[in-house]
Design a binder for this molecule. Structure first.
Ligand SMILES: [Zn+2]
Length: 494
């Protein structure tokens, strides 16, 4: 088996690993690197015009005949997507529709719901018909490759690791995983299966291996410094609350809410982080406040519950209020409910209005409710500045806000820019301090040694980390000789 590392080397995200055997070629993830893209592009003003722009800039590999609208036979036989984070599947939309994309059932639901919620451009739209789904226990046969997907716990539901065998060689690919989430048993199941598999090679994520133990923390500090430089004022002070696991996040949020009194509780988290949605739902029930969530998250939630109605502790229709992003008429400032919203969102709005009445949808006049009685609500949003603009009274009148930054994923550049603006918005609204409460979606560095010794592969290659050279520091001395560091585009023969 030949293995080429085409992305995710010395960087967090952008995973792309090519496996070749007997003339067959499959990819493990086909992720976008926000860091590399933002070196050249800033959407919408400076966007790639075509796929060939991306190839020229070495942002995607040159696979002849493989990308949309290219001539010739595709040179890739399939892509295995570990989970629905863009740094793992972000370039899948560029592929020809005849190339099969394998992913878990839940990843498909999330990707489809996101696409149904808003219009996406040519670079963002996955061809849904190309998706073939699997579950734990299904075995995939792609040419000579036998693939067993095994569930893991991560900050998005439906995440998988892969056990791959071809030509008598065995490879384990972890994707992103952790042991401190709400369903850590999934990751333990994976370790057990991988152990029995006796792999020759394990490609393992090392997001949190860094000189400073929390790369996300370091990024936020940098952004705060930038904000000070830019606005010449002190940004709102960040109060960090340590949580060990998702239950800890809930406890810390409860403690912060105790002193929130008459303020609006505004929590920023990723739309697809369903564990965090569950935590915030439990928080709002505990406080007797109403939960408000956005359109995309509500659609993802509805579809996940349709797929598996037994999922516990998630709000059902009627348990939350739906927050609509603002739309207006073409020729006036008047806000409209439908605007150019996608059919799936229009259906969701009517469904919620039919079942719960017009007050359940926060738009237009209804937005005032929030500013009038801030202490009755908890808002969960991926984009606080635009949510804030929507609820701020026209008079510019302020109301108290307790802000909790609760993203679990490392910031990418798009988010970083909005974070900078967020600090300005918070400062404008008189927020003097805010809280950082989260747990990472990724395995703790100090657990890497245990995972590796339990699975006991011949060879280990760290991926999805900015500091592969520090990886060995977390391993017992006897295991260090098994670590191999590869450079970008390097190929090795197994
Ligand atoms: Zn991820």
């Amino acid at each position: 088996m030949r293995i080429s590392f085409l992305g995710g080397i010395s960087e967090i995200g952008g995973n792309k690993v090519l496996l070749e055997h007997n003339g067959f070629r499959i990819l493990l993830d086909f992720g976008k690197s926000f860091k590399n893209e933002s070196k050249f592009f800033m959407r919408p003003y400076l966007a790639p015009f075509s796929i060939s722009d991306l190839i020229k800039l070495d942002l995607i590999p040159n696979f002849p005949g493989t990308y949309k609208w290219q001539e010739g036979e595709p040179s890739i036989d399939g892509v295995l997507v570990s989970h629905a984070h863009l740094d793992h599947y972000g370039y899948v939309p560029l592929l020809k529709p005849e190339i099969p994309i394998y992913m878990g059932e839940t990843s498909k639901i999330i990707i489809k719901a996101r696409q149904d919620a808003r219009t996406s451009s040519w670079e963002r739209k996955v061809h849904i018909e190309s998706i073939r789904t699997f579950r734990t226990g299904s075995r995939l046969e792609i040419g000579p490759f036998q693939v067993d997907p095994i569930h893991v716990d991560h900050s998005i539901p439906g995440s998988y690791a892969f056990l791959i065998e071809a030509g008598g060689k065995r490879v384990v690919y972890t994707g992103d995983f952790r042991f401190h989430g709400q369903i850590s048993q999934l990751s333990r199941d994976f370790v057990e299966k991988a152990q029995d598999f006796e792999p020759d090679l394990m490609i393992i994520e090392g997001t949190r291996v860094a000189p400073e133990s929390d790369p996300e923390e370091a990024m936020i500090r940098l952004l705060e410094q930038h904000n000070i430089y830019q606005s010449l004022t002190r940004p709102p002070l960040r109060v960090k609350k340590e949580a060990e696991n998702e239950e800890g996040v809930l406890d810390e949020m409860k403690a912060v809410a105790e002193i929130a009194e008459n303020s609006l509780i505004l929590i920023e988290a990723n739309t697809t982080d369903i564990d965090r949605l569950r935590t915030v739902w439990l928080l709002s029930k505990h406080l007797g406040r109403q939960l408000i969530i956005g359109e995309t998250q509500a659609l993802i939630l509805k579809r996940l519950l349709e797929e598996d109605p037994r999922i516990k502790n998630l709000p059902r229709i009627g348990d939350f209020l739906l927050y609509l992003s603002r739309r207006r008429r073409e020729d006036s400032w008047e806000e409209v409910k439908e605007g150019r919203r996608r059919p799936a969102i229009r259906d969701l709005i009517s469904m919620i209005e039919d079942q719960c009445g017009p007050e359940a949808v926060i738009w237009g006049e209804n937005r005032r409710r929030v500013a009038k009685e801030p202490s009755s609500f908890v808002i969960l949003t991926p984009n606080s500045p635009s949510t804030l603009m929507g609820i701020l009274p026209e008079s510019g009148e302020r109301f108290p806000i307790t802000f909790i930054l609760s993203r679990s994923e490392p910031f990418n550049e798009e988010l970083a820019m909005s974070f900078d603006r967020l600090l300005n918005w918070l400062a404008y609204l008189g927020v003097r301090k805010y809280y950082r409460i989260h747990v990472s979606g990724h395995v703790k560095p100090e657990e890497l040694g245990t995972v590796i010794s339990e699975i006991n592969p011949e060879k280990v290659i760290p991926i999805h980390t900015s500091y592969p050279e520090l990886f060995e520091e977390y391993l017992p001395p006897a295991l260090r000789k098994n670590i191999s560091l590869v450079s970008l585009n390097e190929t090795l023969e197994l």
